[in-house]
Write a protein that binds this ligand. Structure first.
Ligand code: ADP
Ligand code: MG
Length: 448
């Protein structure tokens, strides 16, 4: 039995409780319009004017409400909702028709990060395709792919590209109205406009845009009612041939959204942004350092890029730290400074899953020798050097004892140590070998 006879007024008790805790406007807009249709042993049936009120109640008061019911943590509340049948007067909250009424315009304020332009987005194999698609859209909005859906892990430049499209269109298509929003801002806007009964203005505003850039669409997941509203706006804009670009941390098919929404997002071009390769990371490090007035020598840029590999935002953070350190202490940038300042940001072993086979394969590719020769005891000069490189890399990357590494090459651990010392000395004086070593590391990374 959920509700007892001697406690029949759960809803009015809850209202007293909530009224003390929210603003008078919020109470009047969201809670007061809720009517109790039925209170019984089975639970409570509430009548709400629209789905947003239901969502507001559950989002803001689910936990508090559960205190008014004998339910355990995690159990569903015994609540049912009925949405008021639409009456002419009550349709004020969600106004569908915006064309005939006089609606105050919403100020058009484009929110673009002034640092995010195409010019300072460093290009490499990982992002070339996405960047070209973005530039294509910026040149000819609504005339290439619509929508463009950019997805990729965090910190890889999705927001940067979205804003770069915005800037470029603002410069070269001055007559077009662009807006860039995060999905969260869209939802908050919608909630505010519902509360202020100004959804009509909001809808009109979005419908009058020529280009809509939407960031972090993954936040639309599990926001059922907002999803529908968003989907309607999306369809309206696309049908009017307005350009939409969406950024997301996963591809459309992995989003927990309705089939309709997923299908809409797959209509145009779906483009995947992946982690930049070593050379692109080096270019990004040097570019970001230069912007901050810091010169990072090539070897140190490689050193950092090898150890911070997944995320450009992290790379940027590392450069910021180094730049601050060097400016404040007027220090020269050295490997010791990098290690001291970046500390835990650097992965000590750039790759934890490297095997000796991976290394042999990379060395054989870069030095153009056979894997079987690298493993044999042959003493030809063109084999000995690559073999020592392989041993040097094995010591650096393979998490095994020197004896184990040695036995993989049919050698003792002291031979491995000798090989490492030899390579360490040689790369200081032989730039070609240093370069080959970098290439081998890159080939190694590409295998993983
Ligand atoms: P996401 O939106 O994918 O999480 P951001 O666009 O916020 O990533 O990028 C994180 C940071 O990294 C930003 O400061 C951005 O300028 C920078 N960044 C990402 N990729 C590049 C790149 N290819 N060139 C220059 N900067 C980049
Ligand atoms: Mg982002």
């Amino acid at each position: 039995m959920l509700l007892c006879e001697d406690n029949p007024k759960i809803w009015s008790q809850f209202l007293d409780y909530a009224e003390e805790r929210c603003s008078a406007t919020a109470f009047a807009n969201w809670l007061a319009p809720i009517k109790v249709l039925h209170e019984s042993d089975e639970g409570l049936t509430l009548e709400v004017p629209n789905v947003f009120v239901k969502e507001y109640l559950l989002e803001n008061y689910q936990k508090d409400l559960s205190a008014f019911f004998p339910v355990k943590n995690g159990e569903e509340l015994p609540l049912e909702f009925v949405i008021t049948a639409p009456k002419k007067e009550s349709s004020k909250i969600v106004v569908e028709d915006t064309s005939s009424s006089i609606i105050a315009p919403i100020e058009h304020n484009v929110k673009l990060n002034r640092n995010y332009h195409f010019e300072n987005f460093i290009e490499g194999p990982s992002n070339q395709f996405v960047k070209s698609a973005a530039i294509g859209i910026a040149h000819k909005p609504s005339r290439s792919f619509n929508p463009l859906f950019i997805h990729g892990k965090v910190g890889l430049g999705k927001t940067h590209l979205l804003h770069a499209i915005g800037h470029s269109i603002q410069t070269s298509h001055k007559n077009l109205k662009v807006q860039c929003i995060t999905t969260e801002a869209f939802i908050n806007d919608l909630v505010d406009n519902l509360r202020n009964k100004s959804v009509a203005q909001m809808k009109k505003y979005y419908r009058e845009l020529d280009v809509l850039l939407v960031d972090d669409i993954q936040f639309l997941q599990n926001r059922l009612n907002f999803e529908e509203e968003f989907c309607n706006m999306f369809e309206t804009l696309i049908n009017m041939n307005k350009q939409i670009v969406i950024a997301c941390d996963k591809p459309p098919s992995h989003l927990k959204l309705s089939e309709r929404m997923v299908a809409r997002m797959e209509w145009g071009l779906v483009a995947h942004l992946v982690s930049p390769d070593l050379e692109t990371r080096v270019a990004i490090i040097q570019h970001k350092a230069e912007q901050r007035g810091l010169i990072i020598p090539q070897n140190l840029a490689f050193y950092i890029a090898e150890r911070i590999s997944q995320n450009v935002r992290q790379i940027e953070g590392a450069v910021n730290k180094l730049s601050a350190y060097c400016h404040i202490l007027e220090a020269q940038l050295t490997e010791e400074v990098v290690v001291e300042v970046l500390g835990e940001m650097l992965q000590h072993s750039p790759d934890q899953h490297v095997s000796i086979d991976n290394i042999l394969k990379s060395v054989s590719q870069v030095f153009d020798v056979k894997i079987s020769d690298l493993k044999s005891g042959g003493r030809l000069k063109n084999i000995v050097l690559p073999r020592q490189v392989a041993m040097y890399l094995a010591k650096e990357f393979v998490k095994e004892s020197l004896t184990t590494i040695g036995s993989a090459f049919g050698k003792t651990h002291s031979t491995i140590l000798h090989a490492c010392k030899n390579i360490e000395q040689k790369i200081k004086i032989d730039p070609q070998l240093a370069r080959q070593l970098q290439l081998t590391k890159r080939a190694l990374q590409d295998q993983l």
